[in-house]
Design a protein around this ligand. Structure first.
Ligand code: NAD
Length: 255
């Protein structure tokens, strides 16, 4: 039985994770981290704590869907108390990404800006299309619910990395995130990543390849957040057997 600790348990994805864990064989929820108290009831066998060290010690694998600053404090403590970590939090700063990389030198970490199988495959397809469709303009549009804090989404940024890699481009030099005013014609290599926010959209990503005479659009829509919680559970099972190191969702899915 793999004991799972959930970080961000009261969030939109975290709550589903608790439900999905109940339905998962060979896995049990051992611990949740809280800042003050939980606003819902939980099985009394589960440790509810605001002591990060106790939280890490009580679990075999931690799953995190929180916020960048919270994820940072988890990583800092995990370096002292190493545990396999499945990190789903997006919007990490460069400093936080460096911390994550350093932490993976002492524990196994799977970091995925999107835990779904469809997006993992989409990243492969985008890489392939970007390199095969020479001269096509690449534009990415993402749509999310009105509560989402970071923009563009971590998934859209990962997709733009796949697109840039397919053309051996430095993403930092070619990515733009908006157009306004008399900006002139589109430059050849630019990759636009645009964010739309509204309503309760769980997540929709379109990667378009546009040429004179034809265009190709690859689209993924998440219709349920359980896609992410179930994906994270699958990743946690896989990660529990791995040595220290930094892993991606495609390592876990063997794509
Ligand atoms: P949410 O705002 O509903 O939940 C955030 C959770 O983090 C809450 O439980 C909150 O209590 C907790 N939290 C906030 N600050 C904290 C702190 N300082 N210490 C400890 N806990 C703290 O958000 P959500 O929609 O559940 O998404 C959570 C994260 O997961 C976001 O970064 C989101 O972009 C990302 N996400 C990732 C995927 C994926 O597949 N990787 C999918 C959906 C969302």
């Amino acid at each position: 039985m793999i004991k799972i600790g959930v970080f961000g348990a009261s969030g939109r994805v975290g709550k589903l994770l608790l439900e999905d864990l109940k339905l998962t064989e060979n896995m049990s929820l051992s611990c949740v981290f809280v800042r003050s108290s939980l606003d819902f009831s939980i099985d009394p066998s589960v440790l509810v704590t605001s002591d990060m060290k106790a939280f890490l010690s009580a679990s075999d694998v931690i799953i995190d869907f929180s916020l960048p600053e919270a994820c940072e404090s988890l990583l800092e403590q995990a370096i002292q108390t190493p545990k396999p970590l499945v990190i789903g939090t997006t919007g990490l700063s460069q400093h936080q990404l460096n911390l994550l990389k350093n932490a993976s030198e002492v524990m196994p970490i799977l970091y995925a800006t999107n835990m779904s199988l469809g997006i993992a495959l989409l990243n492969k397809l985008v890489y392939q299309a970007s390199s095969a469709l020479e001269g096509f303009d690449i534009e990415i549009v993402e749509m999310h619910h009105k509560h989402k804090k970071d923009a563009p989404s971590g998934t859209a940024l990962t997709l733009s990395e796949s697109a840039a890699k397919g053309r051996s481009l430095d993403l930092d030099k070619v990515r733009i995130s908006g157009r306004d005013g008399n900006i002139g014609a589109r430059s050849k290599d630019e990759i636009a990543v645009m964010a739309l926010r509204g309503g309760d959209i769980i997540g929709r990503h379109t990667v378009g390849f546009y040429n004179d005479g034809e265009f190709l659009e690859l689209n993924h829509t998440a219709t349920s957040r359980n896609t992410f919680s179930k994906g994270a559970i699958r990743a946690a099972t896989w990660l529990s057997q791995k040595p220290k190191g930094l892993y991606s969702i495609s390592d876990c899915l063997d794509l």
